[in-house]
Design a protein around this ligand. Structure first.
Ligand code: FAD
Ligand code: EPU
Length: 336
């Protein structure tokens, strides 16, 4: 295993922030990982996937471990499902395409999300009416202190909206090694969310298929989300806030255009992008830190912004949304 010193992390995070890691190593299996942990017992560690959900605000004074565990394997099937295990270092979108190519259904709405398999359960990735928990079977994770592998079922993960135990009670305790997905042999299409139906019509799709849904999702996403290869970003910077329905009624009276989606148990999820746009931030730029012109929920690095500049901008946005609407946004991106 090669251990590099003082390396720039710019190519390893989609925000394109240029900070240094004191030590950097890739690991391809649990033995590599164990060896690194044994050799550097005192150092602070961080696991890196595709770097598409982090904002680096300072040099990392520890050992950055890049998960490079590969492999995709069909491990079992029954009358309804195939169970497919993927290494944490596999690219998410390539895996989605691999499954669509084999007619294994369930991942199509999650097309084109950047990053790797290992991070997909971390925040229960979601898009266009589907969340990871809908297709999740189990995962294996390495306990950093106990140095043993533990299996987590769906219940163990305590998935929520952009949440799991790996972001809360087990934060920084585990390295996810692989994830097994439960995919349908006979598809169950989800087309009711957002503009999917309109996009399918626009594309002239006569017969629905998982490939058609994937293409529609890719087309919608490409039209409004910035490509990290062109403009640095980490997707939605904040979560969409969940509020009580009585507060929603009051806000709706004061701000008639407000965008909210009803949830069970008297809750409403607000579109944070709308709140931010109403505060005048959409398209804002200071130096190289900015708010995307087509999607106000996405903060961007136009070139050489520092992590702190993006963070400070996020704080200003948070305060202005709080001032205007009384709603406190929560950051979705991991600040490091
Ligand atoms: P990283 O950024 O590398 O890591 C994220 C966190 O997980 C870090 O804290 C890291 O330490 C930890 N981690 C990573 N791998 C492991 C592991 N194997 N074991 C333990 N901890 C680990 N997300 C959505 O949910 N829906 C979207 O629609 C969406 N759209 C996006 C669009 C764009 C343009 C971008 C840039 C991002 C978008 N995201 C979206 C966010 C991001 O793609 C996901 O959160 C993705 O799962 C992050 O994967 P990653 O491998 O890049 O994680
Ligand atoms: N809106 C505005 N102005 C904006 C942006 C959005 O008014 O600048 C309003 C519009 O009314 C729009 C609504 O907000 O109809 C929702 O916008 P969009 O469909 O773009 O989705 P989102 O709520 O902003 C969420 C996820 C995305 C996911 C999409 C599609 C969160 C935090 N974000 O965004 O996930 O791809 O829905 O399902 O839940 C991510 O997590 O990084 C991410 C990109």
């Amino acid at each position: 295993m090669q251990i590099q010193e003082n390396i720039s992390l710019r190519p390893y995070n989609t925000f394109g922030i240029d900070v240094l890691a004191k030590l950097f190593a890739g690991f391809k299996d649990p033995d590599d990982l164990e060896e690194l942990l044994t050799n550097y017992p005192e150092l602070k560690m961080m696991i890196l996937g595709g770097g598409s959900n982090i904002l680096l605000t300072k040099d990392f004074d520890g050992l950055l471990l890049k998960n490079e565990i590969k492999g995709i394997q069909e491990i079992h099937e029954d009358s309804e499902y195939v169970y497919v295990k993927a290494g944490a270092g596999e690219n998410w979108h390539q895996f989605v395409l691999y499954c669509i190519g084999r007619n294994w259904a369930g991942l199509e709405n999650l097309s084109l999300i950047p990053g790797n398999i290992g991070a997909s359960p971390m925040q229960n990735i979601g898009a266009y009416g589907v969340e990871l928990e809908d297709v999740f079977f189990d995962l294996e994770a390495f306990h950093l202190k106990e140095k043993r592998i533990i299996t987590f079922t769906r219940n163990d993960c305590e998935f929520g909206y952009r949440e799991s135990v790996f972001k809360s009670k087990h934060k920084d305790q585990f390295v996810i090694l692989n994830v097994t997905y439960q995919l349908r042999k006979k598809p169950k299409y989800t087309t009711s969310y957002g503009a999917i139906k309109e996009e399918l019509d626009r594309m002239g799709v006569k017969e629905l298929s998982i490939k058609a849904i994937s293409d529609a999702v890719i087309s919608i996403r490409s039209s409004k989300l910035p490509d990290p290869h062109q403009i640095g970003n980490a997707g939605s910077f904040f979560k969409n806030p969940e509020i009580n329905s009585d507060l929603f009624v009051r806000l709706n009276t004061a701000f008639p255009g407000i965008v909210g989606y009803e949830l069970p148990a008297g809750k409403v999820k607000l579109a944070a992008g709308w709140l931010i746009e109403q505060c005048g931030w959409k398209g804002f730029r200071r130096g190289d830190a900015g708010c995307h012109a087509k999607q106000a929920l996405v903060l961007v690095n136009h070139g050489n912004a520092r992590g702190n500049e993006i963070y400070d901008l996020s704080e200003e946005i948070l305060q202005s949304v709080k001032g205007k609407f009384g709603v406190v946004l929560e950051r979705e991106v991991n600040i490091i």
